[in-house]
Design a protein around this ligand. Structure first.
Ligand code: IPE
Ligand code: IPE
Ligand code: MG
Length: 243
């Protein structure tokens, strides 16, 4: 792959030498995508799961090291039971597939969130994917599942206090679900909503945000290229001044 990569309908080129190491995505808009087509919301989640598979593959092909996606928030339990059940079934299917392919492709998959509230079957799959992941060093996908930024911070605070550790940012970070994962340089939210909805509240301190109107099931490789190109045009100062 050359230094620049250009896709059909993208204005500009992705600079392959300045890729974000870690991209995080709030996979939003599945319900509206289905509604527009007169389909049940669950149909949107099914197509959204396919989009995730393709975008994860594309990130890996590009050379992005970490992809973190928001799949189910601590607030999403408020939804109708049949919708929650469908999302959990899709996650089971995905994890089963991942368990079968992780060893072949040497990929790592981590679940971030309070997994104790999940079904025993999902919990067992989460344990299995975590165990396989420790064998590899390559691309890592993180799925935020029953995840909330506030509960992550509270939990880390409790664990840090219990361990009697000094309260430094570094020590604190060891108790987050994201321990060991660098902060995302780029956070993408499709579907037109301009909020974080409790996603990566600690980790986003210096992330660049990219919002677009595309609904998640329609989000494709060209849409990811556009987000990366936009990110590459940003001036990241981290509180300093440009030399
Ligand atoms: C995101 O799509 C998926 C989950 C939150 C599980 P939504 O289901 O929130 O879709 P919209 O926002 O209602 O369109
Ligand atoms: C955020 O989307 C959670 C996920 C994408 C998993 P929501 O659709 O739940 O967020 P709100 O309700 O629009 O803030
Ligand atoms: Mg939504």
């Amino acid at each position: 792959m050359g230094l620049f990569r250009k896709r059909g309908n993208t204005a500009g080129q992705v600079d392959m030498s300045r890729l974000p190491r870690h991209i995080a995505i709030i996979m939003d808009g599945n319900g509206r995508w289905a509604k527009k087509r007169g389909l049940p919301r669950t149909a949107g989640h099914k197509v959204g799961a396919e989009t995730f598979r393709d975008i994860a593959t594309y990130c890996r092909e590009l050379g992005v090291e970490y992809l973190t996606v928001y799949a189910f928030s601590t607030e999403n339990w408020k939804r109708p039971k049949d919708e929650v059940d469908t999302i959990m079934e899709l996650l089971e299917q995905y994890l089963q597939e991942a368990i079968n392919t992780m060893e072949r492709d040497h990929i790592r998959l981590k679940i971030l969130g309070d997994t104790a509230a999940l079904s025993p079957k999902l919990q067992q799959m989460v344990a299995q994917t975590n165990a396989i992941s420790t064998h590899y060093q390559g691309f890592q996908a993180n799925i935020c599942l029953n995840y909330g930024g506030r509960s992550e911070i509270l939990r880390a605070a409790r664990l840090c206090a219990e361990a009697g550790e000094e309260w430094t940012e570094e020590n604190f970070g060891k108790y987050l679900w994201s321990a060991g994962i660098p902060d995302p340089e780029l956070i993408i939210r499709p579907s037109g909503e301009l909020r974080l909805s409790n996603f990566l509240l600690w980790q986003c301190a210096y992330s660049e945000f990219y919002f677009c109107d595309t609904l998640w099931p329609d989000f494709d490789r060209a849409a990811l290229d556009r987000a990366i190109i936009d990110y590459q045009g940003r001036d990241r100062r981290f509180g300093g001044v440009k030399s």
